[in-house]
Structures are given as structure tokens and as C-alpha cells.
Write a new protein. Structure first.
Length: 430
């Protein structure tokens, strides 16, 4: 998710939205990134992505930089368009995929861009209408819809124009792409060469083919829609009907169960701010964290689990305690730091000063002795990387500038290997 600076609009009209989606369509196909759900709100957007060989950071950099340059050029403005870096949450696929699809596709209803589900079914600026087949899939690039291949996209006129406007380009493999097959046991994962299963579509008896009679490979965006529908049924007709009911159930959950279906619409209009759940339309259980966070803060279902599992959590990860733990462990191996229980900055200063046998008052006074500098470096690094503090908070606690706090954290990263015992010390309770 990314938001406009000062909550200003990212999309002023349909031309802005169409340009953004056309750019996204090319990037998804070139980088082999799947988009299971998307929604464009005037001042922000939501995407649910499964990355391919290209890292998410590069995908988002291409998308956001390209849109900002095009938007500024078209509307004769300058300066930043986005509020900050995009917000991303790693999702444990099996238990959360469908809930996230529903949550994202209901965003236009929460934002009052549409009044009810009937309007949402035809609303063009979310993936919901494409899954239902009511609207053209806007993530299917025009060149692919006409029968071209993903390799042709890098030479398409729109791709060349975006590069000229500041977009970044990535070269594709010149070899023929191997067709990916779906695994019926895990339909969201397209990679299963041992499972040559095709989606059963009874809506048409004719398979798309070229002049040789050989069935063409479907674009990735089309495959992604089919992957979603496979969760609901074996044919498109049945799957779409069940999918729509699944979305409708999400709307009904916002009203008290005691109300009759006839009064649901009245309920939604009378509730403060329209369709709301969990306060201001937020779903705490879908915004990252461990078991407690993912259960919406309800600890009743966590009784009997180990304390470590109940407490394991991170706002950037959405999944079970075990899933969160595995992600954090992998991150520790790559980044070289550990995630420890969050202390107050005052307590952190005390513990690190005691560990290094220095006077905390000298650390806070800005004394330039080497050991005091090392203490500030380690405090900044641990607070920022392992405990999630912002540099503004760290700088206030240490009496330094936020930029200096960032530089101290970089120095602390180089020092941390020399103080391996600091992690065990921080985990000990006083």
C-alpha cells in the first residue's frame, strides 16, 4: 500500500488510473509478479502481490517512480507525490490469501466510492469486477490481449515512453519461456511441472489457438484470476458465484447478526463512516503481526500455546507464530541482527551502558570518547533494526540529530559482531 503525500490524490481522473494500471500490467508481466487483488482509491492504492524472480522493492520502485514522473508531467507539478516508502506486509498464504483479497476488493465500498455490492460488481478500478467477468481485466496489457508475448512488452511504445519519462527497465530472457502448470493441491502456486492440469472452463467450447492449432500460453494476469477462482470451484460459472457470495459475506459481517438481510443496507448507511469494522474500516487481524495480532487481539484461542509462540509477532508479517519466527530467522541470517523484545529507550541506554561499562550520563552528554561513541552506535542500531524505533525517537533519547542517529546505526551494524553477548543481555529480564 502507498499513500499520497499529505494524503493528497494520487489519481485525479480516470486517465491517471488507466496510466497507472497500464504501467502495472507491463511491470507484472515483465517481472513475472502475480497480483491477486488491487484497488485504487483517490489518495492511495492497495496491491496483493506474489513476487517472482524480481524483488518486490524493484517492482514497486518502477511502478511508483514511473507514476510520479508521469503524474507530475501531466499535471504540471513538481516535488514528491508519495508520502513515503510503500508499506508492505509479508503474508502467510494459506490462511490469509482469500481474506486479504476480500479486504482489498471491499476498499471502494468502505471509501464510499460505491454504495453497494451491485455497484462494486461493475466498478472498474478494483480487481473484483475482473474476477467476476463483468469488466475487462485491466492488468491484461493490450499487446498480450492481441496475442503478443511478454517478451514483446519491453519494445512496446508505452514501455519506451515510460523509460523516457524516468521509468526503470529490466531485460527479459531471450529464450522461450516454459509454460507453468498449476498444482491442484496448491492452486495459488503455479510451479508444478509434474501436474499438467488445465483450468476447466465450460463457458466456451473452443480453446484459444494460433494458426497452427497449438494452444497459446495465457498471460500471467489471466492465470492469476484463474488461480483465485480455483479456490471457489472447478468451473468459472460456479467459482464466480461462490466468490461473489464470499465477498457479500464480508459486507454482512459489518452489521450485527441480529439484523435481517433487508436491513443490512440501512445498517451500512447509518453506521458512522459507512461500512466499518474494527474502527474506521480497519481490520487489525489483517495488518500484520504474530498470533495475538493475527487473531485480532483475541487471546482466548491461544490458550495452551507456548508463551514464546503467543508473543512472537512483528507488524510487518501476517501469519502464525511459527511463520513469523521463520521469517525473522531468515532475516537475521541476511541482515546480521536479531529481533529482541522491545525495551523503552531509557532502559536500552541503561543496559547497553552497563554492558560496555560506561557512564550513561556521558553517553547522553555527547562525550566523544571512543567507548561512548560505540555505545551510541550500538544503541541506535539495536533500537532501529531490532526494536523498530524511528530515528526521530532515537535522536530525542540520545540528544542528537535524526541524521546523526542514522549514521550511528550504520556504524553500529559494523560493530555488533564484536559484541555478540549483547543479544543475550537484552533478552534477560531485570
Amino acid at each position: 500500500m502507498a499513500r499520497g503525500i499529505e494524503r493528497r490524490k494520487l489519481f485525479r481522473d480516470d486517465k491517471d488510473r488507466a496510466s497507472f494500471l497500464e504501467r502495472l500490467a507491463i511491470i507484472l508481466e515483465e517481472t513475472q509478479t502475480q497480483c491477486y487483488a488491487w484497488a485504487l482509491i483517490p489518495n492511495h492504492f492497495h496491491l496483493l502481490l506474489r513476487t517472482g524472480p524480481t524483488p518486490l522493492s524493484k517492482v514497486m520502485r518502477r511502478l511508483m517512480t514511473g507514476h510520479a514522473v508521469t503524474f507530475n508531467k501531466r499535471h504540471k507539478r513538481s516535488g514528491h507525490l508519495f508520502q513515503n516508502r510503500y508499506k508492505s506486509v509479508i503474508c502467510e498464504e494459506d490462511p490469509y490469501l482469500l481474506e486479504l483479497i476480500r479486504y482489498i476488493h471491499l476498499n471502494p465500498l468502505r471509501a464510499k466510492l460505491v454504495q453497494d455490492l451491485k455497484e462494486l460488481d461493475k466498478y472498474p478500478w478494483t480487481g473484483h469486477s475482473a474476477i467476476l467477468g463483468r469488466r475487462k481485466n485491466l492488468l491484461l496489457h493490450t499487446d498480450l490481449a492481441k496475442g503478443g508475448s511478454s517478451a514483446d512488452l519491453s519494445d512496446s511504445p508505452s514501455a519506451e515512453q515510460w523509460r523516457a519519462e524516468g521509468g526503470l527497465s529490466f531485460s527479459l530472457s531471450s529464450g522461450k519461456e516454459k509454460k507453468q502448470q498449476r498444482n491442484p493441491e496448491n492452486p495459488v502456486n503455479p510451479a508444478c511441472p509434474a501436474c499438467p492440469v488445465e483450468y476447466e472452463d465450460h463457458s466456451s467450447g473452443v480453446a484459444p489457438a494460433d494458426g497452427t492449432g497449438v494452444k497459446k500460453e495465457k498471460p500471467l494476469s489471466e492465470k492469476t484470476v484463474e488461480d483465485v477462482l480455483l479456490h471457489f470451484g472447478e468451473t468459472k460459472k460456479v467459482a464466480r458465484r461462490r466468490y461473489r457470495q464470499f465477498i457479500k459475506n464480508g459486507i454482512d459481517q459489518a452489521c450485527p447478526p441480529s439484523l435481517s438481510p433487508v436491513r443490512h443496507r440501512i445498517c451500512l448507511r447509518r453506521m458512522p463512516g459507512g461500512l466499518r469494522r474494527g474502527g474506521r474500516g480497519k481490520r487489525p487481524e489483517l495488518q500484520g503481526g504474530g498470533l495475538v495480532r493475527s487473531s485480532g487481539g483475541n487471546k482466548a484461542g491461544l490458550l495452551g500455546r507456548k508463551k514464546e509462540d503467543r508473543e512472537k509477532g512483528d507488524a510487518r508479517i501476517l501469519g502464525s507464530g511459527e511463520f513469523v519466527g521463520n521469517i525473522l530467522a531468515d532475516s537475521e541470517k541476511i541482515e546480521g541482527y536479531k529481533f529482541v523484545r522491545k525495551l523503552s529507550l531509557f532502559e536500552l541506554v541503561e543496559k547497553v551502558s552497563a554492558y560496555l561499562a560506561v557512564d550513561k550520563n556521558e553517553v547522553l552528554s555527547g562525550n566523544r570518547r571512543l567507548e561512548n561513541c560505540h555505545a551510541r552506535d550500538l544503541i541506535s542500531f539495536v533500537a532501529a533494526k531490532s526494536m523498530g524505533y524511528k530515528f526521530n525517537d532515537i535522536s530525542e533519547a540520545l540528544g542528537i540529530h535524526p541524521v546523526t542517529a542514522g549514521r550511528c546505526a550504520e556504524k553500529g551494524k559494523k560493530l555488533i559482531d564484536n559484541y555478540g553477548g549483547i543479544w543475550d543481555m537484552l533478552e534477560k529480564r531485570s
